[in-house]
Ligand binder design. Sequence first.
Ligand code: PEP
Length: 253
Amino acid sequence: MRKPVIAGNWKMYKSVAESVETALALKPLVANANHCEVVIAPVFTSLKTVADRLEGSNVKVAGQDCSTEMEYGAHTGEVTASQLRDVGCAFVIIGHSERRQFYCETDTFVSRKAQAALIAGLKVIMCVGETLEQREEGNAEAVVSGQLDGGLSGLTASDVARIIIAYEPVWAIGTGRTATPEQAQEMHAFIRRVFAQRQGEEAANGLRILYGGSVKPDNIAGLMKQPDIDGALVGGASLKADSFAEIVNYNRG
Ligand code: PEP
């Protein structure tokens, strides 16, 4: 049985005070959400304060990125995975399409970051997904399987067990245009098949695959009904405690 994960990516939003305010408003609203893991990813500067204020609750904290480097060193602007652990993170998001698009992040970087994060004891949410152009050219599956192979290369079977994949079609991120549950299911099933070919059936059956791209309170239930959708990575709708809580507490009836 795969426990769903509902993760909120706050991107480059909120001051420390605003982050704490949202996190504390969220905490009681999702306190009974035992059906899933609840994760929020505030901006780096808010992580420590938010993690401290959420200690002992069921809301876990994630970094939005980490360095490929594992050791301290002269890498201006970078943050190691162990430094994320040190401030209370349990998860890290890696390979988000905004990092791939705007910061030239390659699959090699994604795989090195994943290795660094796993060694530091973090769970990894690794993002994959095609652009609209790639989908329209009929290349969506080739792009996604290439990202999976690149991102997972060099990882051992036990590493892979701590990886969560987030399928985020780039054309659905922040656009209000969500993939239909059927479109998302189709790609999630494909990802699981690719994973089974590379890592075996057992690993593939245990793999949690999140959907991301304009997830909102009114579309989460339909997405979660699909057999291969094991949660969501939520951007815009995670910035407000009440809308994110509605997504976490989606109708499971
Ligand atoms: C995201 O940033 O990962 C995301 C899915 O954003 P949104 O929900 O706003 O589309």
